[in-house]
Design a protein around this ligand. Sequence first.
Ligand SMILES: [Fe+2]
Length: 285
Amino acid sequence: MNNALQARPLTGWSGSPDYFKIREYDGYDPDAVLDVLHGRAAIVMFRGMVPRDVCDAVADRFWANTHRRVRGVEAPGFYLGAYSWNKPTAQYIAESEQVNPILRELLDVPGDPMKQFYTGLGAALAREGAVVRPAQHDGGSAAIALLRSWHGAGVFALDPHDDDSQCADPQMADFERRHVVDHQVAALNICLENDSEGGRLVYWNVKPDVESKRALGVEFTGSPYPLETLTGYESQWVEVRTGDVYVFNGAHVHAVEPNTAATQTRTTLAAMLGFVDDRTVVTWS
Ligand SMILES: [Fe+2]
């Protein structure tokens, strides 16, 4: 028996076909967000929720903003906001406090899509006695949003990864967000610009277990999962257009397909959210 090259296959939890199929809505249905937050659905899509002129207004403000920053070298992307990924709580909160006034000003447009999203979600949560608010730490707040834009290059514009591993990062053990690992981690994405044929969300029906994460060295980062580790798992390639808003369970491995042309852009307004106890949903970026 050849045991020299026995790579450990990726193992984890996979949902039923009904759970995993994309649930599409015309416009916003906040109760569907609860389905993701409670683990009843993998992904919900609100087609055309944000009017084109509102998308354009927010995107224009993003591109014109002097606080917009470059991320990456070979295939640079741009962002405005704060990343909690792979850093201590105090640093993330300090960066968030710095950028939140800039984000609030940028989003202060008629029809602010974040406001619409959270107003609806807040009303739906109120019916079960719960609230939604930014995650807190030592009197500071997590960033309210993250604006990102990638230009396609390579197999993926964003490599296969999960969003829940980072919530268990020991660097952030003192952050209230750590409790979301006992619940569902949801990713909110509002598409402001994507007029290419590419830029699809790729979404696999597996939440990798801790043993697999450890074997790949991604226990606290969630990234990257080599494509070959995902062989055999069902995937969905979800088309995303300007104005679409989607929420999915971020513990599933997911990626972003590049745009079909280097001149095209895919710009999103994003946040993460999850229950930390029965009555509280916190948000972060
Ligand atoms: Fe993600």
